[in-house]
Design a protein around this ligand. Structure first.
Ligand code: G3H
Ligand code: 13P
Ligand code: ZN
Length: 322
């Protein structure tokens, strides 16, 4: 099947009480690892491309790699999405260049400015058969080159969502309920320790999510910053020359819970990066004489596939939903 928009997949996800995974793609091995997992698990998927990915890999290479995945995975509905589109021009370039979905992220701007730019993107996108994700509220963490501190982050205000959606006409809404970008989502001071001494982050604000959903019945909600930063990968990285102290993510049970509610798209990037880095670091330690990139990229690609398979089945619940 050709590339699809997210309309149908979100409708089914909302009604079915699961979420679709949105995974960031930057190179061939990542595209292959994700889509092979989705093909095997019969799961719909959003492949998303950030401004940084376009700068790294080039728009055309990324689109062509995704088109190759579409051909290789005939049973998988795949949407090609712009992640964190910073302005109208970037969104337009992706709409004109074959994407089926774009995010316009003006969440750091004042409400009326966010409405104005989002509306302009929606008008252009809808005229070209493309859907739009917008954002209200500010996540902490690192996205592209911008770092937002915990103090500068802010939860979505539920009292704003109806006006925002009706004025902009956006198709889905990313909200801030305590997730955060990157591998360092919380400082140890923000966390508590469980009986095993493991850091436990502050819980997501399900009250905010529920209030938003009450005001926007049936409307798809998106969670960014939803990597769980599995400790076993951080440990492998640290055991093989890496230095990632106090990396901490969102507990998987909380994401599972969100997926059962109105959250239809969950964004995961950092966990894929961790899987690749842990695998390659370990490989280099164990095979100091190897120098063919295929030797270490093969297990790295398999690690992406294993990580995504785990997410599809145990976090998102979208296996078998293609
Ligand atoms: O939210 C940000 C995503 O993880 C993409 O990261 O801008 O470094 O490609 P990037
Ligand atoms: P993570 O950094 O938690 O993987 O979040 C990715 C993301 O939100 C991409 O938009
Ligand atoms: Zn994000």
């Amino acid at each position: 099947m050709p590339l699809v928009t997210t309309t149908e997949m979100f409708k089914k996800a909302y009604e079915g009480g699961y979420a679709v995974g949105a995974f960031n793609v930057n190179n061939m091995e990542i595209v292959q690892g994700i889509t092979e997992a989705c093909q095997e698990q019969k799961a719909p998927v959003v492949l998303q491309v950030s401004k940084g990915a376009r700068a790294y890999a080039n728009h055309t290479y990324l689109v062509k790699m995704v088109e190759a995945a579409v051909q290789e995975c005939p049973d998988v509905p795949i949407a090609l999405h712009l992640d964190h589109g910073p302005d109208f021009e970037t969104c337009k370039s992706c709409i004109d260049g074959g994407f089926t979905s774009v995010m316009i992220d003006c969440s750091s701007k004042p409400f009326d400015e966010n409405v104005e730019i989002t509306k302009k993107v929606v008008e252009y996108a809808h005229a070209h058969g493309v859907v739009v994700e917008a954002e209200l509220g500010t996540l902490a963490g690192v996205e592209d080159d911008v770092k937002v501190s915990a103090e500068d982050s802010s939860y979505t205000r539920p009292e704003e969502v109806e006006e925002f959606v009706s004025r902009t006409g956006c198709d889905s809404l990313a909200i801030a309920i305590g997730t955060s970008h990157g591998a360092y989502k919380f400082t140890p001071e923000q966390c508590t320790r469980n009986e095993q001494g493991i850091l436990v982050p502050p819980p997501l604000r399900f009250d905010v999510l529920e209030e938003v959903s009450k005001r926007l019945p049936g409307f798809p909600i998106v969670l960014h910053g939803s990597s769980s930063v599995p400790q076993e990968f951080v440990d492998i990285i640290n055991a093989h020359g890496g230095k990632m102290p106090d990396a901490i993510g969102i507990p998987e049970e909380e994401l599972r819970q969100a997926a059962k509610l109105s959250v239809c798209k969950i964004n995961i990037d950092s966990d894929i990066r961790l899987a690749i880095t842990a695998t390659i670091r370990e490989y280099f330690d164990e095979h100091p004489d190897h120098f063919d990139p295929r030797q270490y990229l093969k297990p790295a690609r398999q690690a992406v596939k294993d990580m995504v398979t785990h997410k599809l089945i145990h976090v998102l619940g979208c296996n078998g939903k293609a």
